[in-house]
Design a protein around this ligand. Structure first.
Ligand code: GLY
Length: 359
Protein backbone atom coordinates (compact mmCIF):
# COMPACT_ATOMS: atom_id res chain seq x y z
CA UNK A 1 0.00 0.00 0.00
CA UNK A 2 1.22 3.52 -0.82
CA UNK A 3 0.82 6.07 1.90
CA UNK A 4 1.93 9.48 3.14
CA UNK A 5 2.19 9.48 6.91
CA UNK A 6 1.36 12.65 8.87
CA UNK A 7 -0.26 13.43 12.21
CA UNK A 8 -3.23 14.91 10.40
CA UNK A 9 -4.13 14.52 6.74
CA UNK A 10 -2.26 11.23 6.14
CA UNK A 11 -3.10 9.83 2.70
CA UNK A 12 -3.67 6.12 2.06
CA UNK A 13 -3.79 4.86 -1.51
CA UNK A 14 -5.82 1.81 -2.46
CA UNK A 15 -5.80 0.53 1.11
CA UNK A 16 -7.88 -2.51 0.18
CA UNK A 17 -7.74 -4.28 3.54
CA UNK A 18 -9.31 -1.25 5.30
CA UNK A 19 -6.54 -1.16 7.91
CA UNK A 20 -6.08 2.63 7.71
CA UNK A 21 -9.71 3.38 8.54
CA UNK A 22 -9.75 0.71 11.24
CA UNK A 23 -6.66 2.21 12.89
CA UNK A 24 -8.13 5.71 12.73
CA UNK A 25 -11.44 4.60 14.26
CA UNK A 26 -9.53 2.86 17.05
CA UNK A 27 -7.63 6.09 17.71
CA UNK A 28 -10.64 8.43 17.55
CA UNK A 29 -13.27 6.19 19.17
CA UNK A 30 -16.02 8.41 17.71
CA UNK A 31 -19.27 8.73 19.68
CA UNK A 32 -21.17 8.54 16.39
CA UNK A 33 -20.30 8.32 12.69
CA UNK A 34 -21.97 10.25 9.87
CA UNK A 35 -21.32 9.73 6.17
CA UNK A 36 -21.94 12.67 3.83
CA UNK A 37 -22.85 11.71 0.26
CA UNK A 38 -24.65 13.23 -2.69
CA UNK A 39 -27.25 11.28 -4.64
CA UNK A 40 -24.58 10.07 -7.12
CA UNK A 41 -22.18 8.74 -4.51
CA UNK A 42 -25.08 7.35 -2.50
CA UNK A 43 -25.94 5.13 -5.47
CA UNK A 44 -22.52 4.41 -6.99
CA UNK A 45 -20.03 4.46 -4.12
CA UNK A 46 -21.75 4.09 -0.74
CA UNK A 47 -22.73 0.38 -1.09
CA UNK A 48 -19.10 -0.57 -1.89
CA UNK A 49 -17.80 1.64 0.95
CA UNK A 50 -20.24 0.20 3.53
CA UNK A 51 -19.48 -3.37 2.42
CA UNK A 52 -15.73 -2.89 2.73
CA UNK A 53 -15.75 -0.98 6.00
CA UNK A 54 -18.48 -2.80 7.87
CA UNK A 55 -20.02 0.56 8.81
CA UNK A 56 -23.48 -0.38 7.50
CA UNK A 57 -25.14 -0.54 10.91
CA UNK A 58 -22.90 2.00 12.63
CA UNK A 59 -23.26 5.15 10.56
CA UNK A 60 -25.94 7.69 9.68
CA UNK A 61 -25.98 8.73 6.03
CA UNK A 62 -26.60 12.39 5.17
CA UNK A 63 -27.37 13.12 1.53
CA UNK A 64 -27.01 16.45 -0.25
CA UNK A 65 -27.98 17.47 -3.78
CA UNK A 66 -25.10 17.08 -6.25
CA UNK A 67 -23.63 20.02 -8.16
CA UNK A 68 -21.52 23.13 -7.66
CA UNK A 69 -24.66 25.28 -7.34
CA UNK A 70 -25.43 23.52 -4.02
CA UNK A 71 -21.97 24.17 -2.59
CA UNK A 72 -23.28 26.96 -0.41
CA UNK A 73 -24.15 27.94 3.12
CA UNK A 74 -27.79 26.79 2.73
CA UNK A 75 -26.59 23.23 2.18
CA UNK A 76 -24.25 23.58 5.17
CA UNK A 77 -27.19 24.67 7.29
CA UNK A 78 -29.12 21.54 6.28
CA UNK A 79 -26.17 19.32 7.22
CA UNK A 80 -25.50 21.16 10.52
CA UNK A 81 -29.21 20.76 11.39
CA UNK A 82 -29.19 17.03 10.66
CA UNK A 83 -26.03 16.55 12.73
CA UNK A 84 -27.66 18.44 15.58
CA UNK A 85 -31.00 16.61 15.34
CA UNK A 86 -29.26 13.23 15.21
CA UNK A 87 -27.33 14.00 18.36
CA UNK A 88 -23.84 14.58 16.98
CA UNK A 89 -21.41 15.79 19.62
CA UNK A 90 -17.79 16.94 19.70
CA UNK A 91 -16.54 13.37 19.42
CA UNK A 92 -18.59 12.55 16.36
CA UNK A 93 -16.91 11.81 13.04
CA UNK A 94 -17.99 12.93 9.59
CA UNK A 95 -16.84 10.86 6.61
CA UNK A 96 -17.08 12.79 3.34
CA UNK A 97 -17.69 10.30 0.54
CA UNK A 98 -17.80 12.14 -2.74
CA UNK A 99 -16.26 14.54 -5.21
CA UNK A 100 -14.89 18.02 -4.59
CA UNK A 101 -18.24 19.53 -3.58
CA UNK A 102 -18.83 16.88 -0.89
CA UNK A 103 -15.27 16.98 0.46
CA UNK A 104 -15.00 20.81 0.41
CA UNK A 105 -18.43 21.36 1.97
CA UNK A 106 -18.21 18.40 4.35
CA UNK A 107 -14.80 19.55 5.58
CA UNK A 108 -16.19 23.02 6.23
CA UNK A 109 -19.28 21.68 8.03
CA UNK A 110 -17.12 19.43 10.22
CA UNK A 111 -14.54 22.16 10.92
CA UNK A 112 -17.24 24.53 12.19
CA UNK A 113 -19.79 22.23 13.87
CA UNK A 114 -19.33 22.65 17.64
CA UNK A 115 -16.07 24.47 16.75
CA UNK A 116 -14.78 21.43 14.91
CA UNK A 117 -15.31 17.70 14.79
CA UNK A 118 -13.07 15.10 13.15
CA UNK A 119 -13.58 14.29 9.50
CA UNK A 120 -12.22 11.86 6.93
CA UNK A 121 -12.17 12.41 3.19
CA UNK A 122 -12.96 9.56 0.85
CA UNK A 123 -12.68 11.22 -2.57
CA UNK A 124 -14.61 9.49 -5.33
CA UNK A 125 -13.86 11.79 -8.27
CA UNK A 126 -10.48 12.26 -9.93
CA UNK A 127 -10.62 15.97 -9.06
CA UNK A 128 -11.14 15.26 -5.38
CA UNK A 129 -8.40 12.58 -5.35
CA UNK A 130 -5.64 14.71 -6.85
CA UNK A 131 -6.70 18.12 -5.60
CA UNK A 132 -9.68 18.84 -3.34
CA UNK A 133 -8.97 16.19 -0.69
CA UNK A 134 -5.30 16.98 -0.21
CA UNK A 135 -4.13 20.08 1.64
CA UNK A 136 -7.04 20.87 3.94
CA UNK A 137 -8.84 23.57 1.95
CA UNK A 138 -12.54 23.41 2.88
CA UNK A 139 -15.31 25.79 2.00
CA UNK A 140 -18.29 26.89 0.00
CA UNK A 141 -19.17 29.41 -2.71
CA UNK A 142 -20.70 32.82 -2.04
CA UNK A 143 -23.37 33.15 -4.71
CA UNK A 144 -21.48 32.17 -7.83
CA UNK A 145 -18.12 33.32 -6.45
CA UNK A 146 -15.99 30.25 -5.90
CA UNK A 147 -14.74 29.15 -2.48
CA UNK A 148 -15.08 32.59 -0.89
CA UNK A 149 -16.01 31.20 2.52
CA UNK A 150 -13.83 28.54 4.08
CA UNK A 151 -11.11 27.34 6.32
CA UNK A 152 -7.85 25.43 6.03
CA UNK A 153 -8.08 22.37 8.26
CA UNK A 154 -6.86 18.87 7.48
CA UNK A 155 -8.99 15.75 7.65
CA UNK A 156 -7.86 12.98 9.99
CA UNK A 157 -6.98 10.87 6.97
CA UNK A 158 -7.68 10.73 3.24
CA UNK A 159 -8.59 7.36 1.76
CA UNK A 160 -7.99 7.33 -1.99
CA UNK A 161 -9.38 4.36 -3.85
CA UNK A 162 -9.05 4.56 -7.63
CA UNK A 163 -11.71 1.88 -8.18
CA UNK A 164 -14.28 4.67 -7.65
CA UNK A 165 -13.09 6.26 -10.90
CA UNK A 166 -14.87 3.55 -12.89
CA UNK A 167 -18.22 5.07 -11.88
CA UNK A 168 -17.45 8.43 -13.49
CA UNK A 169 -18.44 9.80 -16.91
CA UNK A 170 -15.66 10.99 -19.26
CA UNK A 171 -16.27 14.71 -18.69
CA UNK A 172 -15.78 14.25 -14.92
CA UNK A 173 -12.54 12.36 -15.53
CA UNK A 174 -11.36 15.13 -17.85
CA UNK A 175 -12.29 17.71 -15.24
CA UNK A 176 -10.00 16.07 -12.67
CA UNK A 177 -7.33 15.44 -15.28
CA UNK A 178 -7.05 19.22 -15.82
CA UNK A 179 -5.64 19.51 -12.28
CA UNK A 180 -3.14 16.74 -13.10
CA UNK A 181 -2.10 18.63 -16.24
CA UNK A 182 -1.63 21.65 -13.98
CA UNK A 183 0.67 19.54 -11.81
CA UNK A 184 2.67 18.76 -14.96
CA UNK A 185 3.00 22.42 -15.93
CA UNK A 186 4.02 23.59 -12.48
CA UNK A 187 6.34 20.67 -11.65
CA UNK A 188 8.31 19.43 -14.67
CA UNK A 189 8.20 18.83 -18.40
CA UNK A 190 8.86 15.15 -17.68
CA UNK A 191 5.66 14.80 -15.67
CA UNK A 192 3.71 16.81 -18.28
CA UNK A 193 4.93 14.30 -20.90
CA UNK A 194 4.21 11.27 -18.70
CA UNK A 195 0.64 12.54 -18.28
CA UNK A 196 0.03 12.21 -22.01
CA UNK A 197 -0.17 8.39 -21.44
CA UNK A 198 -3.04 8.77 -18.96
CA UNK A 199 -5.84 6.34 -19.72
CA UNK A 200 -8.36 4.80 -17.35
CA UNK A 201 -8.16 1.67 -19.48
CA UNK A 202 -4.71 1.04 -18.05
CA UNK A 203 -4.97 0.57 -14.30
CA UNK A 204 -1.24 0.53 -13.67
CA UNK A 205 -0.71 3.86 -15.51
CA UNK A 206 -3.76 5.42 -13.85
CA UNK A 207 -2.57 4.45 -10.38
CA UNK A 208 0.99 5.61 -11.03
CA UNK A 209 -0.05 9.02 -12.35
CA UNK A 210 -2.78 9.69 -9.77
CA UNK A 211 -0.32 8.84 -7.01
CA UNK A 212 2.36 11.05 -8.61
CA UNK A 213 -0.09 14.00 -8.69
CA UNK A 214 -0.98 13.42 -5.04
CA UNK A 215 2.75 13.43 -4.18
CA UNK A 216 3.29 16.70 -6.07
CA UNK A 217 0.35 18.38 -4.39
CA UNK A 218 1.31 17.02 -0.98
CA UNK A 219 4.89 18.24 -1.30
CA UNK A 220 3.69 21.77 -2.07
CA UNK A 221 1.03 21.98 0.66
CA UNK A 222 3.40 20.51 3.24
CA UNK A 223 5.94 23.27 2.52
CA UNK A 224 3.32 26.01 2.55
CA UNK A 225 0.00 24.93 4.13
CA UNK A 226 -1.45 28.46 4.35
CA UNK A 227 -0.61 29.60 0.81
CA UNK A 228 1.91 32.29 1.63
CA UNK A 229 4.34 31.30 -1.12
CA UNK A 230 4.85 27.93 -2.88
CA UNK A 231 1.19 26.87 -2.64
CA UNK A 232 0.19 29.80 -4.84
CA UNK A 233 1.55 27.82 -7.80
CA UNK A 234 -1.41 25.45 -7.39
CA UNK A 235 -3.59 28.34 -8.53
CA UNK A 236 -2.03 28.23 -12.01
CA UNK A 237 -4.86 28.90 -14.49
CA UNK A 238 -7.31 29.45 -11.63
CA UNK A 239 -7.40 33.26 -11.64
CA UNK A 240 -9.14 33.47 -15.00
CA UNK A 241 -10.43 29.88 -14.72
CA UNK A 242 -12.48 30.60 -11.59
CA UNK A 243 -13.83 33.83 -13.10
CA UNK A 244 -14.84 31.92 -16.25
CA UNK A 245 -16.45 29.17 -14.15
CA UNK A 246 -18.40 31.73 -12.07
CA UNK A 247 -19.42 33.70 -15.16
CA UNK A 248 -20.74 30.59 -16.93
CA UNK A 249 -22.55 29.45 -13.74
CA UNK A 250 -24.36 32.79 -13.40
CA UNK A 251 -25.07 33.45 -17.07
CA UNK A 252 -27.99 31.46 -18.48
CA UNK A 253 -26.84 31.98 -22.08
CA UNK A 254 -23.57 30.12 -21.35
CA UNK A 255 -23.07 26.37 -21.02
CA UNK A 256 -22.16 25.51 -17.44
CA UNK A 257 -18.56 24.33 -17.27
CA UNK A 258 -17.12 21.73 -14.94
CA UNK A 259 -14.32 23.09 -12.75
CA UNK A 260 -11.54 21.44 -14.75
CA UNK A 261 -13.06 22.55 -18.07
CA UNK A 262 -12.90 26.19 -16.91
CA UNK A 263 -9.41 25.74 -15.45
CA UNK A 264 -8.20 24.23 -18.74
CA UNK A 265 -9.19 27.48 -20.48
CA UNK A 266 -7.59 29.45 -17.64
CA UNK A 267 -4.33 27.52 -18.14
CA UNK A 268 -4.26 28.24 -21.89
CA UNK A 269 -4.77 31.94 -21.14
CA UNK A 270 -2.17 31.94 -18.33
CA UNK A 271 0.36 30.17 -20.56
CA UNK A 272 -0.20 32.72 -23.33
CA UNK A 273 0.26 35.55 -20.80
CA UNK A 274 3.39 33.76 -19.50
CA UNK A 275 4.77 33.64 -23.03
CA UNK A 276 4.31 37.40 -23.35
CA UNK A 277 5.56 38.47 -19.92
CA UNK A 278 8.03 35.75 -18.90
CA UNK A 279 9.00 34.47 -22.36
CA UNK A 280 7.53 30.99 -21.84
CA UNK A 281 8.46 29.18 -25.06
CA UNK A 282 5.91 29.88 -27.85
CA UNK A 283 6.31 26.43 -29.45
CA UNK A 284 5.54 24.81 -26.10
CA UNK A 285 2.57 27.18 -25.72
CA UNK A 286 1.22 25.95 -29.02
CA UNK A 287 1.69 22.26 -28.09
CA UNK A 288 0.10 22.78 -24.67
CA UNK A 289 -2.87 24.55 -26.26
CA UNK A 290 -3.31 21.66 -28.75
CA UNK A 291 -3.41 19.20 -25.87
CA UNK A 292 -6.00 21.19 -23.92
CA UNK A 293 -8.23 21.91 -26.90
CA UNK A 294 -8.28 18.26 -27.99
CA UNK A 295 -9.70 17.28 -24.62
CA UNK A 296 -11.83 20.22 -23.43
CA UNK A 297 -14.80 22.03 -25.05
CA UNK A 298 -13.97 25.33 -26.74
CA UNK A 299 -16.16 28.17 -25.49
CA UNK A 300 -17.15 31.13 -27.62
CA UNK A 301 -16.43 34.33 -25.64
CA UNK A 302 -17.76 37.67 -26.90
CA UNK A 303 -16.09 40.96 -25.93
CA UNK A 304 -18.91 41.54 -23.43
CA UNK A 305 -18.24 38.12 -21.88
CA UNK A 306 -14.55 38.96 -21.54
CA UNK A 307 -15.32 42.34 -19.94
CA UNK A 308 -17.62 40.63 -17.43
CA UNK A 309 -15.01 37.94 -16.68
CA UNK A 310 -12.37 40.65 -16.06
CA UNK A 311 -14.81 42.35 -13.65
CA UNK A 312 -15.09 39.09 -11.70
CA UNK A 313 -11.31 39.01 -11.18
CA UNK A 314 -11.69 41.58 -8.43
CA UNK A 315 -13.00 38.77 -6.20
CA UNK A 316 -9.94 36.55 -6.66
CA UNK A 317 -8.56 35.45 -3.30
CA UNK A 318 -4.95 36.21 -4.29
CA UNK A 319 -5.66 39.94 -4.85
CA UNK A 320 -3.87 42.46 -2.72
CA UNK A 321 -4.82 46.15 -2.43
CA UNK A 322 -7.39 45.65 -5.17
CA UNK A 323 -4.76 44.37 -7.61
CA UNK A 324 -5.20 41.04 -9.36
CA UNK A 325 -2.19 38.72 -8.98
CA UNK A 326 -1.51 35.98 -11.51
CA UNK A 327 0.64 32.89 -11.22
CA UNK A 328 2.71 32.69 -14.41
CA UNK A 329 5.33 30.28 -15.77
CA UNK A 330 8.81 31.00 -17.03
CA UNK A 331 9.14 27.34 -17.98
CA UNK A 332 7.68 24.00 -16.85
CA UNK A 333 8.21 23.84 -13.10
CA UNK A 334 9.29 27.48 -12.83
CA UNK A 335 6.40 29.57 -11.61
CA UNK A 336 6.33 33.20 -10.63
CA UNK A 337 3.60 34.32 -8.23
CA UNK A 338 1.96 37.70 -7.86
CA UNK A 339 2.37 38.94 -11.43
CA UNK A 340 0.29 41.94 -12.39
CA UNK A 341 -1.31 41.67 -15.84
CA UNK A 342 -3.05 44.50 -17.66
CA UNK A 343 -6.48 44.05 -19.18
CA UNK A 344 -5.22 44.54 -22.76
CA UNK A 345 -3.02 41.46 -22.35
CA UNK A 346 -5.95 39.48 -20.94
CA UNK A 347 -7.94 40.43 -24.07
CA UNK A 348 -5.01 39.31 -26.29
CA UNK A 349 -4.94 35.99 -24.43
CA UNK A 350 -8.64 35.46 -25.21
CA UNK A 351 -7.93 36.39 -28.87
CA UNK A 352 -5.16 33.76 -28.95
CA UNK A 353 -7.58 31.18 -27.48
CA UNK A 354 -10.39 32.09 -29.89
CA UNK A 355 -8.19 32.04 -33.01
CA UNK A 356 -6.25 28.90 -32.19
CA UNK A 357 -6.82 26.11 -34.70
CA UNK A 358 -6.24 22.46 -33.98
CA UNK A 359 -3.85 20.46 -36.19
N1 GLY B 1 -6.63 23.69 -5.12
C1 GLY B 1 -5.50 24.48 -4.84
C2 GLY B 1 -4.96 24.27 -3.46
O1 GLY B 1 -5.36 23.34 -2.78
O2 GLY B 1 -4.14 25.03 -3.05
Amino acid sequence: MLQIEKDKGAIYFNNDDGSALKKTLEKLVPSSIFILVDSHTNTHCLPQFLDKTGLKDNATVIQITPGEEYKNITTCLEVWNILSQKGADRSSLLINLGGGVVTDLGGFVASTFMRGIAFINVPTSLLAMVDASVGGKNGVDLGTLKNQIGIINNPEIVLVNTSFLNSLPDNEINSGFAEMLKHGLISSKKYWKDLQDFSLKNKEITNRLVWQSILIKNEIVTKDPFEKKERKALNYGHTLGHAIESYCLSNPSKEKLLHGEAIAIGMILATYISSEILKFDKTELSQITQIFLKRYPKVNFTNNDIEAIIQLLKHDKKNRNGQVRFVLLRDYGESQNDSIVDNALIFSAFEFYKNFTLN
